[in-house]
Design a protein around this ligand. Structure first.
Ligand code: MLT
Length: 409
């Protein structure tokens, strides 16, 4: 009989957001009358911006005409979108990234999850803790995590980010990670790093030959000056970092699917003979084999995000969500809760009151307030005792959720 990849058997039964959805659905089934406000998974609620909609309508028409029809596209993405990204997200910000260093995909979740395909199985992996669960789970799948001891994987290096250290990951002692996942603005804590704080990690990676996998899916939410929009703002990062971006939260593409990964030609790994190999070449090889490109229609939609109208429209949507975050930060603080993040990110990170665990607070909020969030412990051991709410609901629901939580306190 054939065998399976046993690494999958090491994983917890459900992916975090599937488990949260399962529990909310069970509650809804038992209490059909409950008007549950969902602030769990970071899914947007505003419709796509008109510029993207118009471009996608046109792209659909292109597909209906033999002269403008597009079949398989380039696996790396269409030049029109790669060029727009290089220009607007990098070159105009003074960052030298070329179109052929940009790979379009169906989103940052797939790319951050798949990137391990081109990395050696024995690399030591470090993650901030708490962390977006995709990084850890995909390393479990590929055998890099070791075994689960309590709530920690034996071979993963955890870099705690908590209120005690101001949510700034510290350089680990006694071990040198080969691959370091950083996500800033951070999911789940909604906090940021300054340029100086990020520079510490870039310098560390350069000194030790480590690779930084930098997830900047929430870049569009940055409003403060000293927060870097791209890791390539930091000198030397083009030699040690890969950057992931997404149109999901930036432009409401959670359903449409489009994102991209930047793999500079200057990031080199070593093969088993110690010879340097470019990651750009390997990622290209991987994508050509396993991926047929994001759809023409979604890439045309993403391109329209870079027009002046598109830029204005997505900024208005992001401002709307940031205002929701402000409503939560102010309202929950007034209710006596300790709250973090939410200034340059769509996530508000709450210290659970009265010594409650994350899942106890989850149950309490769901049952008493009919508000659903995500328990911090689901993001890692240092998330225990914390709770995440997203700013992606409507303003009305956000105000109502804060009112209900305040009244229960
Ligand atoms: C989240 O809620 O953390 C994100 O929406 C998940 C994702 O982007 O896959």
């Amino acid at each position: 009989m054939f065998t399976i990849n046993d690494n999958f058997r090491l994983l917890p039964e459900n992916y975090l957001f599937s488990e949260v959805a399962r529990r909310i659905n069970a509650f809804k089934a038992a209490h059909p009358e409950a008007d549950v406000i969902r602030m769990g998974i970071g899914d947007v609620t505003l419709p796509l911006c008109p510029a993207a909609i118009e471009a996608m309508h046109k792209a659909v028409d292109d597909e209906g005409n033999a002269d403008t029809f597009h079949g398989y596209g380039p696996e790396q993405g269409y030049p029109f979108l790669r060029d727009a990204i290089a220009l607007h997200d990098y070159n105009e910000r003074g960052i030298d990234i070329r179109s052929d260093e940009i790979f379009i995909s169906d989103g940052a979740k797939s790319d951050t999850g798949n990137f391990g395909d081109i990395l050696g199985p024995d690399n030591i992996v470090a993650v901030t803790d708490p962390v977006y669960p995709v990084y850890v789970d995909t390393n479990v799948m590929s055998g890099r995590a070791g075994s689960l001891l309590g709530d920690m994987w034996s071979d993963i290096v955890y870099l705690p980010v908590t209120a005690e250290n101001g949510f700034v990951p510290q350089i680990p002692e006694g071990v040198v990670p080969d691959v370091i996942y950083l996500c800033y603005p951070n999911n789940p804590t909604g906090t940021t790093l300054t340029r100086a704080q990020l520079k510490v990690w870039v310098n560390y990676a350069l000194e030790h030959g480590s690779l930084i996998l930098f997830d900047s899916a929430y870049e569009a939410f940055i409003r403060e000056d000293d927060v870097p929009h791209s890791i390539y703002e930091i000198e030397g990062a083009k030699k040690c970092a890969v950057e992931f971006r997404s149109f999901s939260k930036t432009a409401g593409f959670t359903g449409v699917r489009c994102g991209y990964t930047v793999v500079p030609h200057t990031v080199m790994g070593r093969d088993e003979d110690g010879k340097e190999v470019g990651l750009n070449h390997l990622w290209n090889r991987r994508q050509c084999t396993k991926f047929n490109g994001a759809s023409y229609v979604s890439q045309r939609g993403a391109e329209a995000v870079y027009t002046p109208q598109g830029q204005q429209q997505i900024k208005a949507a992001v401002d709307y969500y940031l205002n929701n975050a402000k409503v939560m930060l102010e309202g929950l603080a007034k209710a006596g809760l300790e709250v973090f993040g939410g200034k340059n990110a769509p996530y508000v990170w709450i210290k659970c009151p009265d010594g409650m665990t994350s899942w106890e607070f989850f149950d309490m909020l769901l049952e008493k307030c009919n508000v659903a969030g995500t328990p911090g412990s689901g993001f890692g051991p240092a998330g225990e005792g914390y709770f995440r709410l997203t700013a992606f609901n409507t303003l009305e629901n956000t105000i109502e959720a804060v009112r209900r939580i305040t009244n229960t306190k």
